[in-house]
Design a protein. Structure first.
Length: 150
Protein backbone atom coordinates (compact mmCIF):
# COMPACT_ATOMS: atom_id res chain seq x y z
CA UNK A 1 0.00 0.00 0.00
CA UNK A 2 1.20 3.49 -0.74
CA UNK A 3 1.04 6.46 1.61
CA UNK A 4 -1.78 7.94 -0.45
CA UNK A 5 -4.77 5.96 -1.67
CA UNK A 6 -7.26 6.76 -4.39
CA UNK A 7 -10.81 5.58 -3.83
CA UNK A 8 -13.32 5.82 -6.64
CA UNK A 9 -17.01 5.97 -5.70
CA UNK A 10 -19.68 4.91 -8.15
CA UNK A 11 -22.40 7.40 -7.26
CA UNK A 12 -25.34 5.35 -8.50
CA UNK A 13 -24.53 2.35 -6.27
CA UNK A 14 -22.13 3.71 -3.66
CA UNK A 15 -19.67 0.99 -4.68
CA UNK A 16 -16.03 1.77 -3.88
CA UNK A 17 -13.04 0.84 -6.01
CA UNK A 18 -10.16 0.83 -3.55
CA UNK A 19 -7.23 -1.01 -5.11
CA UNK A 20 -4.81 -2.51 -2.59
CA UNK A 21 -6.30 -0.65 0.35
CA UNK A 22 -8.53 -3.71 0.87
CA UNK A 23 -8.14 -7.36 -0.05
CA UNK A 24 -10.83 -9.91 0.67
CA UNK A 25 -9.61 -13.28 1.89
CA UNK A 26 -6.18 -12.59 0.42
CA UNK A 27 -3.05 -11.57 2.30
CA UNK A 28 -1.94 -7.96 2.09
CA UNK A 29 1.29 -6.53 0.78
CA UNK A 30 2.35 -5.04 4.13
CA UNK A 31 5.55 -3.35 3.00
CA UNK A 32 3.93 0.07 3.32
CA UNK A 33 4.50 3.13 1.20
CA UNK A 34 7.94 4.38 0.34
CA UNK A 35 9.06 7.52 2.16
CA UNK A 36 12.48 8.86 1.24
CA UNK A 37 13.16 5.55 -0.50
CA UNK A 38 12.42 3.41 2.56
CA UNK A 39 9.33 1.36 3.38
CA UNK A 40 7.03 2.99 5.89
CA UNK A 41 4.32 0.59 7.00
CA UNK A 42 1.85 2.23 9.36
CA UNK A 43 -0.98 -0.18 10.08
CA UNK A 44 -2.79 2.36 12.27
CA UNK A 45 -3.03 4.81 9.38
CA UNK A 46 -4.03 1.98 7.06
CA UNK A 47 -6.81 0.96 9.43
CA UNK A 48 -7.94 4.59 9.74
CA UNK A 49 -8.17 4.86 5.95
CA UNK A 50 -10.23 1.66 5.81
CA UNK A 51 -12.53 3.02 8.54
CA UNK A 52 -13.44 5.94 6.25
CA UNK A 53 -14.97 3.68 3.61
CA UNK A 54 -18.52 3.40 5.05
CA UNK A 55 -18.88 7.19 5.03
CA UNK A 56 -17.70 7.26 1.41
CA UNK A 57 -20.32 4.68 0.45
CA UNK A 58 -22.92 7.03 1.89
CA UNK A 59 -26.53 6.01 2.16
CA UNK A 60 -26.20 3.02 -0.18
CA UNK A 61 -26.75 -0.08 1.99
CA UNK A 62 -25.87 -2.51 -0.82
CA UNK A 63 -22.57 -0.79 -1.68
CA UNK A 64 -19.65 -3.11 -2.31
CA UNK A 65 -15.90 -2.77 -2.08
CA UNK A 66 -13.90 -3.69 -5.15
CA UNK A 67 -10.47 -4.31 -3.70
CA UNK A 68 -7.09 -5.23 -5.08
CA UNK A 69 -7.58 -8.97 -4.62
CA UNK A 70 -10.41 -11.26 -3.63
CA UNK A 71 -14.16 -11.21 -4.04
CA UNK A 72 -16.23 -8.05 -4.01
CA UNK A 73 -18.07 -7.71 -0.71
CA UNK A 74 -20.33 -5.35 1.19
CA UNK A 75 -18.52 -2.29 2.51
CA UNK A 76 -19.25 -3.06 6.17
CA UNK A 77 -18.02 -6.65 5.83
CA UNK A 78 -14.86 -5.53 4.04
CA UNK A 79 -14.08 -2.93 6.69
CA UNK A 80 -14.61 -5.30 9.62
CA UNK A 81 -12.45 -8.03 8.10
CA UNK A 82 -9.68 -5.67 6.99
CA UNK A 83 -9.48 -4.03 10.41
CA UNK A 84 -9.35 -7.46 12.07
CA UNK A 85 -6.59 -8.54 9.69
CA UNK A 86 -4.52 -5.39 10.22
CA UNK A 87 -4.79 -5.65 14.01
CA UNK A 88 -3.79 -9.31 13.96
CA UNK A 89 -0.94 -8.63 11.52
CA UNK A 90 0.46 -6.08 13.93
CA UNK A 91 0.23 -8.57 16.81
CA UNK A 92 1.77 -11.44 14.85
CA UNK A 93 4.79 -9.46 13.70
CA UNK A 94 5.40 -7.70 17.02
CA UNK A 95 5.19 -10.96 18.95
CA UNK A 96 7.60 -12.69 16.56
CA UNK A 97 10.12 -9.86 16.84
CA UNK A 98 9.81 -9.84 20.63
CA UNK A 99 10.36 -13.62 20.78
CA UNK A 100 13.66 -13.18 18.95
CA UNK A 101 14.97 -11.16 21.87
CA UNK A 102 18.71 -10.49 21.40
CA UNK A 103 18.56 -12.15 17.96
CA UNK A 104 16.42 -9.33 16.50
CA UNK A 105 19.44 -8.11 14.53
CA UNK A 106 19.01 -11.23 12.35
CA UNK A 107 16.06 -9.42 10.76
CA UNK A 108 18.50 -6.83 9.35
CA UNK A 109 20.95 -9.40 7.98
CA UNK A 110 20.16 -10.55 4.41
CA UNK A 111 21.72 -13.94 5.20
CA UNK A 112 19.24 -14.69 8.00
CA UNK A 113 16.22 -12.43 7.43
CA UNK A 114 14.59 -14.61 4.75
CA UNK A 115 14.12 -17.53 7.12
CA UNK A 116 12.44 -15.23 9.61
CA UNK A 117 10.15 -13.76 6.94
CA UNK A 118 9.09 -17.28 6.00
CA UNK A 119 8.41 -18.13 9.65
CA UNK A 120 6.22 -15.03 9.97
CA UNK A 121 4.44 -15.97 6.75
CA UNK A 122 3.66 -19.38 8.27
CA UNK A 123 2.13 -17.72 11.31
CA UNK A 124 -0.16 -15.73 9.01
CA UNK A 125 -1.13 -18.94 7.21
CA UNK A 126 -1.99 -20.54 10.54
CA UNK A 127 -4.07 -17.57 11.69
CA UNK A 128 -5.75 -16.99 8.32
CA UNK A 129 -6.09 -20.49 6.83
CA UNK A 130 -8.74 -19.46 4.29
CA UNK A 131 -6.69 -16.58 2.87
CA UNK A 132 -4.99 -16.81 -0.50
CA UNK A 133 -1.56 -15.50 -1.56
CA UNK A 134 0.54 -16.11 1.57
CA UNK A 135 3.70 -15.26 -0.36
CA UNK A 136 2.59 -11.63 -0.14
CA UNK A 137 3.60 -11.71 3.54
CA UNK A 138 6.97 -13.38 3.04
CA UNK A 139 7.95 -10.85 0.39
CA UNK A 140 6.64 -7.72 2.11
CA UNK A 141 6.92 -8.16 5.88
CA UNK A 142 10.39 -6.57 5.88
CA UNK A 143 8.67 -3.19 5.45
CA UNK A 144 6.53 -3.63 8.54
CA UNK A 145 9.49 -4.91 10.55
CA UNK A 146 11.65 -2.03 9.37
CA UNK A 147 8.97 0.47 10.37
CA UNK A 148 8.82 -0.77 13.94
CA UNK A 149 10.65 1.17 16.66
CA UNK A 150 13.90 -0.50 17.61
Amino acid sequence: MTNKQVVVRVDKTGDLIVGDLVHNKAHLWIEGGLVDGKPNADLRKWSAAVAELPALAGDKPDAKVYGGRGAFVAVGDAVREEERYLARADQLVKSYVKELGPRQNELDDPRTAGAHYQAIEQRFVTDFPDYRLPYMIGYSVYGLIGSMPK
